[in-house]
Design a protein around this ligand. Sequence first.
Ligand code: EPS
Length: 404
Amino acid sequence: MIKFVTAGESHGKGLITVVSGFPSNLPISESYINNELRRRQSGYGRGLRMKIETDTAELFSGVRFGKTIGSPISMLIRNKDWENWAEKMSVSPIDREIEKITIPRPGHADLVGSQKYNYDDIRNSIDRSSARETAARVSAASVAKMFLEELGISIGSFVESIGGVYPKQNFVDKLFACKLPDKFNAKKINEEVDKSSVRVFDEAHEKKIISKIKTAKKNGDTLGGTFFVIVTGVPVGLGSFIQYDTRIEASIAHAIMSIQAVKGVEVGIGFEGAELFGSQVHDEIILKKEKFWRATNRAGGIEGGITTGLPIIIRAAMKPISTLMTPLNSIDLATMKKVEARRERSDFVAVPSCAVIAEGMAAWVVADFVLQKFGGDSIEETKNNINAYVRNNFQNIKKNFRRK
Ligand code: EPS
């Protein structure tokens, strides 16, 4: 239903996003988008680029007097560092010889990109595979977030671990056990963890993580980690078991797995469930007033590819950044000799940012499934459709199953 496409190189003029398929009359605020962009750039362990650039999105189309008009929404994020790259990334041919990058970094797209596209300069691989592209994604996803917020659906995320440093108590256990209010709003998570430089809940945990990152920096090394994304206020019935590509968790996993450096995604208790008895995993069905609920939420809000109405709980793993200041070995493509991999400006850790990007990707997928189910050319129509469905859902089931 909705689509977005991003364009732009990390050290080119900027990043462009075109978003289409959202209904009209949806309030859009540039400052909301810019706040999301700021959240993406934060976090202890990011590189120099985050200090020299503050991303802001300029809206070009699709919005009038602060509301969507149904036409494609386009946005531009200028690369403020462009002036230092104008020659190296020139669109037109230039007279001067530009030094080519010939040594690929293990773990990065440097080598495979050059092999695949038959490049003669690794710079071409670096610049589009860079996680810089996620700035454009976050601007697109901000539209999805504003859309979901209009419908009472919220997204939050937090870092669970960096470099294997886990908290004493995991916040998400309360969600698995249904120990938080049924109407818990995932935005509350962000209000809490955005105060932390590594997006965790408690200071002791933050301190341990920072000390681990300092060790990595000192050794010229990098770290990855795990994080959770939570979506609340989701209506029952998004997604379906009818085909492999209509299952909502498959689409969420795809979207989050597509983020640079993400290597694993779990739904609910995920891999842990594989070690337990069925009776320890499945969530008992209960009635709460006029609503079907679950006694626990180990399924992470999805059964049979369909949302249950409980919070969607996603966990993902990000590998360590592949640019190492104390490099691993590689091959110089110019000499075919063994050499140390190239050092270049980069981050040491980007897990807190990755969690923010994953929020955006999850929001995008949920917004898409909302529009697939409820449609609407205007936001008013979408709201009416959802309200009618939610209002009648329980009574319909009660009526359908009543013994005659
Ligand atoms: C990034 C911008 C990049 C890197 C990082 C993500 O800026 P630069 O390469 O100019 O320092 O900080 O990219 C990578 C870690 C990577 O491997 O490509 C950003 O805006 O998120």
